[in-house]
Write a protein that binds this ligand. Sequence first.
Ligand code: BTN
Length: 250
Amino acid sequence: METKEIIYTKNHLDETASTNTYLQELDADRHLPEGYIVYTETQRAGRGQRGNSWESEPSKNLTFSLLLRPEHIPANQQFLLSQAVSLAMTDVLTRYATGFSIKWPNDIYWKDKKIAGILIENVLSGSIFSRAIIGIGLNLNQEIFVSDAPNPVSLVQITGHTCDITAMLDRFIDAFHSRYLQTFDSDSAQLLRDEYRTMLYRNDGLYPYCSEGKTFYASIAGVEPDGHIILATESGENRRFAFKEVSFLL
Ligand code: BTN
């Protein structure tokens, strides 16, 4: 496997609106090196997928963003980076407990509850994948959730032990670096995709999904390199969905 040195520089902030936004603005101001990380105690306006907000009680959780310049990944395979990030997160969490999985495309679950959310914002320059800002909110020591997020859980609720937030960030960086190296050659990248598949939430069996207001039962037949999910319906039909075109019914 390839080796590539990245210097992961950590910048700690007492508070900011959103670490993803902060990193975007800082990079526009002074071109940042790959591996630059911003993490914060308090995020005033954390952003989630589908225009949702991200709840995180001050100083209880890990909220951070990492800037990468993954120019070696073809733009039409940008989902590979998302797979590397999700797997790095489950690599770390499975050291603490069993029961973690990846809910397609990149929510991290423990049983039927969400422990971490990932918001990746990509910049493509033609076919070049020129920048990714990977924003992660990982619930660690928060015990009470007040937003209407349907099913949050934190690591302390799972293990009963509080967790050192900065140490967790360091563990993630190590795990992520190993996974990121896998994106540099095609055999390792295929292994990454295969492992991602085995870590998927509802990997086996029929479950309810909803698309265009209609509910149907299906099992996961695969995830394509561009990130589309293939669902095999009860009636034997294979249906292909992009994120936002289908939701899992819990
Ligand atoms: C989701 O599951 O909807 C994604 C949540 C992503 C939240 C993280 S917290 C750090 C980074 N900054 C943000 O504003 N969002 C991401």
